[in-house]
Design a protein. Structure first.
Length: 465
């Protein structure tokens, strides 16, 4: 779970949700590499259920049919090329590994033509013993999240639960992941990790050769028997508390409550935590909502805070617009739900900021604010928070060692204040408005700052006017 494996001291990951492999390759060269983004989380690359039966829903990708690398995002050759082009641009590929389960129990044919029936998937998993049959509720479905056995051994949402406790299943999963490592992927997101005993994940990861960055998706609401901390011996873990805490602070106008974000009791240590403002599930209310996303007020302020605050490895969401929570990416239904590209001749490009009613690619990762803050985060390295200041609940400021300074104003009026920046004397540019705002720091590190409403002033010691 060591984030520096992604190639920098404070790496930033972006999730290009449902993007095509050839688009990602181009994006690595044209935007991600130049912006200093370290890695891309890609949608599951393996064969999933057919799109027709589910009207092109995005969640088809979470119903594996085989480990063949054919998916809505492209084929194996395109996947390999993407890895190579991104690597050349300094960007690693983090694969979303759906290994807890296969498709929903039923029959059909996968997107690459692999047939399946209940508990039989092509020639990959062919025996009932390859699946857990938990013996609860007659239908073996998960209902009671207070019951550890049930959560880990029954079927999640009707999805055939793999017997990850058995040697043969572990071996098949490890072969899949090892194949990806050999193609050059940099890491894995372990999907539905809470639904597998930590020991099973550990046994699979132990078989891998290479040194991937791994984070496990464990939704720990703080009141269930399975806790995020159990998974730390394997690799990093998602800290869902972060998104909720940040959303609550911002929605209630209480930025001051962020002073100790990350130090809460029971939270993961910074290096072991994967954090985000929103993810693909939460932004559309799957597994509960309670987070901020691109259409929400103050989303930019949330991103600014996350990238300025030295806790966890941040993951940015790069979305497509939707008007119902099942809808897949921009696509052509008549052509087998072909995903419309971002780049190239029939490429849609990215929507303009605020254009939320058009179907298209949002590309939050390209927003100038995001680019500036990614640069800031990397320049700050491990510089600790210093000089915490607040004026009421909705206006805060803090320094990052002597390297940087941030002031955030969530109130309805401009915030004019004398603040300690911790920076050497000089005149600095606000990184968020192309130096339209300038701040003079005196010999004692103090500055008279003017922070517009619903925005921030961000200074980097290395970026004087
Ligand atoms: C995850 N992490 O633990 C993913 O982040 C999440 O997106 C996945 O659910 C889930 N776990 C399983 O990998 C999504 C989506 C579900 C969808 C499943 C499977 O949020 O709504 O379930 O993928 O495609 C769908 C239907 C559901 C049905 C199920 C099985 O929405 O009603 O359950 O398929 O047919 C009967
Ligand atoms: Ca399981």
């Amino acid at each position: 779970g060591d984030p520096t494996r992604l190639g920098s001291e404070s790496p930033v990951i972006v999730h290009l949700f449902e993007w095509r492999w050839d688009d990602i390759a181009t994006e690595c060269e044209t935007h991600l590499g130049p912006a200093g983004i370290d890695a891309v989380q890609v949608s599951p690359p393996n064969e999933h259920i057919a799109l027709d039966g589910v009207d092109g829903a995005w969640w088809a990708r979470y119903q594996p049919v085989s480990y063949a690398l054919t998916s809505r995002s492209g084929d194996r050759a395109a996947f390999q090329q993407m890895i190579e082009r991104c690597e050349a641009a300094g960007v690693g590929i983090v694969v979303d590994a759906v290994i807890n389960h296969m498709a929903g129990i039923g029959e059909g044919v996968g997107i690459a033509g692999t047939p399946y029936t209940p508990f039989h998937y092509g020639d990959l998993y062919t025996r009932d013993e390859d699946f857990n049959h938990c013996g609860r509720h007659e239908d073996d479905q998960i209902r009671d999240y207070q019951d550890r056995h049930e959560v880990q051994h029954c079927h999640l949402l009707g999805l055939a639960d793999l017997a990850t406790g058995t040697e043969s299943v572990r071996e098949r999963i490890a072969d899949y992941l090892q194949g990806l490592l050999e193609m050059g992927v940099a890491g894995f997101r372990i999907d539905a990790a809470k639904h597998m005993p930590a020991e099973d994940i550990g046994a699979i990861l132990e078989r891998l050769e290479g040194n991937p960055y791994v984070f496990q998706e464990v939704i720990d609401p703080g009141n269930e028997p399975i806790e995020a901390g159990e998974y730390l011996t394997n690799a990093a873990v998602t800290e869902f508390g972060y998104s909720h805490h940040l959303a609550t602070a911002i929605q209630s106008g209480d930025l001051a409550s962020l002073e100790t974000l990350g130090q809460e009791k029971g939270w993961l240590k910074s290096d072991s935590a994967l954090v985000f403002v929103d993810n693909h599930d939460k932004q559309r209310g799957h597994v509960g909502g309670g987070v901020l996303m691109h259409r929400d007020d103050h989303y930019r302020l949330a991103l600014t805070f996350m990238l300025a605050w030295p806790y966890g490895t941040p993951k940015l969401m790069s979305s497509f617009t939707f008007d119902d929570g099942n809808q897949g990416p921009p696509s052509v239904a008549e052509e087998g739900w072909r995903t419309l590209p971002v780049h190239g001749e029939d490429g849609l490009g990215c929507l303009d900021q605020g254009e939320v009613d058009t179907r298209g690619w949002v590309c939050e990762h390209r927003w100038p604010l995001v680019t500036a803050m990614v640069d800031f985060r990397q320049a700050m390295g491990d510089a600790p928070v210093a000089h915490w200041q607040q004026a009421g609940a909705s206006r805060i400021a803090f320094a990052r060692g002597g390297r940087g300074f941030v002031a955030l104003n969530l109130s309805d009026e401009t915030w004019q204040a004398e603040l300690v920046t911790g920076l050497p004397a000089g005149e600095y540019c606000n990184l968020l408005d192309d130096c339209v705002t300038r701040v003079s720091v005196d010999d004692d590190g103090w500055a008279e700052a003017e922070v517009a409403r619903d925005s921030a002033v961000v200074l980097n010691a290395e970026r004087p006017v």
